[in-house]
Design a protein around this ligand. Sequence first.
Ligand SMILES: Nc1ncnc2c1ncn2[C@@H]1O[C@H](COP(=O)(O)OP(=O)(O)OP(=O)(O)O)[C@@H](O)[C@H]1O
Ligand SMILES: Nc1ccn([C@H]2C[C@H](O)[C@@H](COP(=O)(O)O)O2)c(=O)n1
Length: 432
Amino acid sequence: MGGGSARSALTLASRTLRTRCVTYLPATSASLQLLEAKSLTGRPENGSSSGGDQHIFSKDSWQTLLTFAAAGLMAFTGSSFSVAAGAPVLTEDETAENAGRASFKSTNPRVIFVLGGPGSGKGTQCAKIVDSYGFVHLSAGDLLRAEINSGSENGTMIQNTIKEGKIVPSEVTVRLLQKAMEECNSNNFLIDGFPRNEENRAVFEHVTGIEPEFILFFDCPEEEMEKRILSRNQGREDDNLETIRKRFKVFLDSTVPVVNHYETTGKVRKINATRSVDDVFDMVQPLFKHFVQDDLLWATEELLRGIDTGDYSTYQRLCHPKLTAFEPEAQGQLVEGLDFHKFYFDLGKALKSSSGTHGPAVQSTIVAPKVVLLGTNAGVVTYTRLQQIPSSPKAGHTSAHNETRVWERQKNDAGEWEWKHIHFHRSAAPTT
Ligand SMILES: Nc1ncnc2c1ncn2[C@@H]1O[C@H](COP(=O)(O)OP(=O)(O)OP(=O)(O)O)[C@@H](O)[C@H]1O
Ligand SMILES: Nc1ccn([C@H]2C[C@H](O)[C@@H](COP(=O)(O)O)O2)c(=O)n1
């Protein structure tokens, strides 16, 4: 499982760890950091002989920071993955509850507002982003149309407002969006056609407290949008020339000021939407790749937390049943499947219950992570893992391993994207 020795498994199973809040300090002195990194990791590429441009930390000061922070070598505000000793032990029920949660659902949803004139291609591009990047698409217009069709008490008011090309009162739209987000087992949302005006923006912010990651803005001339809408053929009541013209005016008068507001915060990502659907998507994709990388790192952190806490259900949920691995425990053999790894979880549990130990927790820190995507559905994460092991072989001992973990993104039975761990390689990191 990549969790170390049976002794460490005992400690892993004895406490459950909690991730600390993360803050990064801007690093300022690369040369000093490089010098100290050498003394910490002993990586030859960190030495002066390999030259300042070749070492792994030189381009990413935050990665360097992680290294020093992990070693307590500098003023420290966190690491990409650090766990607090002394966190409460989870009950069996709590562990089971964690296991049932969606991988990336947290209290901090990732929201992207998608704006652009009527017919600029928002819905079309959102569908492609959903397909490739696993976001949930919430179209404010679709939610309002569904509300009309549901026969709700607001239905007639919404219908008349839409027919007029006007904007529905914000509390109605925000309530629908909030409900849809809550019902969704995801943390990544594309909110399309919203906020349509300043009031939409203010009410959403007030009610949800969510700040968008960025605003994806499709820029398209009116003639092109008009042409597209008139040949859309979806039977929409507002796709007639008279209403289209009104919608264009509302867009200019009410939505463009919202875009301008976000311009001042540097959050607008403007895309030229006049080209073909595929060309436009090519311009959109770079804005989403780093989310996939973040999620992959997050999945890796969750996996390590599962290992450190002896939480086999988390491990099993994140791993493909045919996971393959090279690790020191396997004596140079490639092992396949989860049984080999489960042994250490079971052993840790058994040792814990026989000794009744409640020592401090094992603490894993990921140092210098690199995430390489292979398309949008596979990726490789490499890093050095520092494990602070309270009891083995001597109190406070730190072990260092280099780990390479390969992940594949698959759709589960509910049609949701999930990362599955399919292969790893773990070796002792050189310490001199
Ligand atoms: N880049 C494009 N080139 C040509 N046609 C496009 C392009 N993008 C979308 N379309 C077509 O234009 C029409 C409008 O696109 P879409 O429904 O995605 O726009 P929208 O911005 O979501 O519109 P609305 O705000 O009215 O809901 C659709 O018929 C779609 O197939
Ligand atoms: N935030 C919103 C979004 C949409 N509407 C109404 C008014 C729009 O003309 C209509 C259709 O929206 P679309 O599908 O074009 O995004 O829905 C609103 O009032 N407030």
